[in-house]
Ligand binder design. Structure first.
Ligand code: IMP
Length: 225
């Protein structure tokens, strides 16, 4: 285990940690998250896009901790609310609001609206301390339910209805959700070129001499974004 590359998941959100850890569990890396480290300055998520915020979180964590870091920035985009809550999904209804408060506020705003179309969007950024990064994106379309349903997951899961499975995200198991979710789709793309990502990390992390090249991938390359 000791000579594996460490990848830090740059979040304290337990729901996100569980989903990302589960999706990366079969890869030859050691996964840590921000809860494994002491006090780390909070990064302000003040970007206008998921892309900007994901990069900010990943590059900051990587620079501060000295490991490659993966950050997810995600949120719910609702058509009838002109894209809200969008990048403000985590703070919808105020900094101190709970997941339950946010779902309630959303249902209130949606009262009487015929157009219930919404999408979860996710951008995943993997950064190294130099600031170089790779980006992966995923999106899942659905509808805002009339009332919350289900107890699994986190955030807006109880009010996000996914028609193809006739369930809200909160009525799905983690495995079911990951097969169709925005985060699952972004991570699926990452997983499909995981060996190349590991090569990219090793080339961009001076001093990461314990990295093990996966046989057959020695010559692959990934452009720095
Ligand atoms: P951030 O990416 O940390 O800014 O937070 C994203 C916010 O969007 C979360 O706190 C949730 O409220 C919401 N969100 C993102 N992904 C999901 C999901 O898979 N299910 C439910 N809510 C989500």
């Amino acid at each position: 285990m000791d000579n594996l590359t460490t990848l830090v998941i740059a979040t304290r959100n337990s729901g996100k940690i569980a989903e990302i850890e589960d999706l990366l569990k079969n890869f030859p890396i050691k996964i840590k998250n921000l809860k494994d480290f002491g006090q780390i300055p909070q990064i302000e998520e003040d970007g206008d896009t998921f892309d900007e915020n994901a990069y900010k979180k990943a590059s900051f964590a990587s620079r501060v901790l000295g490991f490659p870091a993966l950050a997810d920035d995600s949120g719910l985009v609702v058509e009838a609310l002109s894209g809200a809550p969008g990048v403000l999904s985590a703070r919808y209804g105020g900094e101190k609001s709970t997941d339950g408060d946010r779902c309630e506020k959303l249902l209130c705003e949606m009262k009487g609206k015929a157009n219930r179309k919404a999408a979860f969007e996710c951008v995943i950024s993997i950064a190294v301390p130099t600031g170089h990064a790779l980006t992966y994106e995923g999106r899942c379309e659905g509808l805002i339910a009339e009332k919350p349903s289900g107890i699994n997951g986190f955030g807006y899961d109880p009010v996000f209805y996914y028609p193809p499975l006739n369930k809200t995200f909160a009525e799905m198991s983690m495995e079911e959700k990951s097969l169709v979710s925005h985060r699952g789709r972004a991570l699926c793309e990452l997983k499909s070129e995981f060996s190349k990502v590991m090569i990219w990390i090793s080339r961009n992390m001076p001093g990461l001499d314990k990295f093990k090249v996966i046989p057959g991938c020695e010559k692959t390359d990934i452009e720095i974004l």
